[in-house]
Design a binder for this molecule. Sequence first.
Ligand code: GUN
Length: 276
Amino acid sequence: MAIILDGKALAAQVKREVAEQVATSGLVPGLAVIIVGENSASRIYVNAKKKDCEACGIASFEFALDADAGEAKLLELIAELNARDDVHGILVQLPLPAGYSEQAVIQAISPKKDVDAFHFENVGKITTGDFIFLPCTPAGVMEILEHYGIDPAGKHCVVVGRSNIVGKPQALLLLHKHATVTICHSRTPDLGAITRQADILVAAVGKAGLITADMVKPDAVVIDVAINRMDDGKICGDVDYDAVAEVASHITPVPGGIGPMTRAVLLRNTLKATQL
Ligand code: GUN
């Protein structure tokens, strides 16, 4: 039976550290979160981020725009927030509704306030390893591996998913830690043949039940990044948890694994943006 990697507990520890650093710094970090339109998953994430901020002494400013507000209005708001001294981090919750260019919106955020690390300047810095901010989810994965003494150096890490938010930066962070990295995606034939080679398997697709026990090498470390909402309202990841937990050496649960870590890294990034 696999060891459960408890992201909830580790995230609570990170939050306590951030709260302490905020208290001793005498700074009041400010995070602006913009949500456009009504997306129930986004609403849940944004509410959670707000609660996290309050718990750490970070001021949170929420801006909710109607789906039809338009890109020009959103860009105007970002320009205002870029100029505000009490706002140190800006996060535009993705996905945006149809009709908005996510790239145009992300690139409008000042790289110094880009706590998601999605701006080209920050993406470039992540690629070379000279980063200021690390992207929240991949950094949360690295932190949980480190906490449990799992060193990617020399390991074969297989990342399933190639999104700009998770898959691509995840592969880079593992590479920086000297792993051999393979990225798989929806056009990869015989996915199981590759995932079975993984010493560390990261699933980041958003498809419940994608990773079954026969696709996992015995004693592999399995990290499930996905948050899929089922018809009954429950959430689950990409990994067939109960069966894979019988095969893996370590596994992250959903919920309570990477999700809380993502939010914890956001708080760290917001404090860092304030200190810059
Ligand atoms: N939507 C899903 N994950 C994320 C994230 O990490 N940042 C933002 N801004 N939106 C998201």
